[in-house]
Design a protein around this ligand. Structure first.
Ligand SMILES: [Zn+2]
Ligand SMILES: [Zn+2]
Length: 100
């Protein structure tokens, strides 16, 4: 049997890999084109016009009224990764703010 993993186009993670069986198929479909922008006979191209994203990423994309693009979301995530959390030997969280 061929295993087909769907990866989130925002964060690139895979819930089935992360959560096992229960994460399978747990994905949202984000429409790149806003439905309101489409005319009546405007067909959706499943490759170009929709992106598989996980609900958490999807929620972030729609944080603003005009949705972020997947690339913008990736940029936002990249920026946020400049703040990393690490654990010291006594178990307390230390936030490291890395400046460019
Ligand atoms: Zn994601
Ligand atoms: Zn969406």
């Amino acid at each position: 049997m061929v295993k087909c993993f769907i990866f989130c186009s925002g964060c690139g993670c895979n819930f089935e890999k992360k959560y096992g069986e229960i994460g399978k198929g747990f994905i949202h479909v984000h429409h790149v084109k806003q439905v309101s922008d489409m005319g009546k006979d405007n067909k959706i191209d499943p490759i170009k016009d929709v992106r598989p994203v996980y609900p958490n990423c999807h929620a972030m994309i729609h944080k603003q009224r005009v949705p972020y693009t997947v690339n913008e979301l990736k940029d936002l995530m990249k920026k946020s990764q400049q703040v990393t959390v690490s654990f010291t030997s006594d178990g307390s969280n230390v936030m490291h703010h890395l400046s460019l």
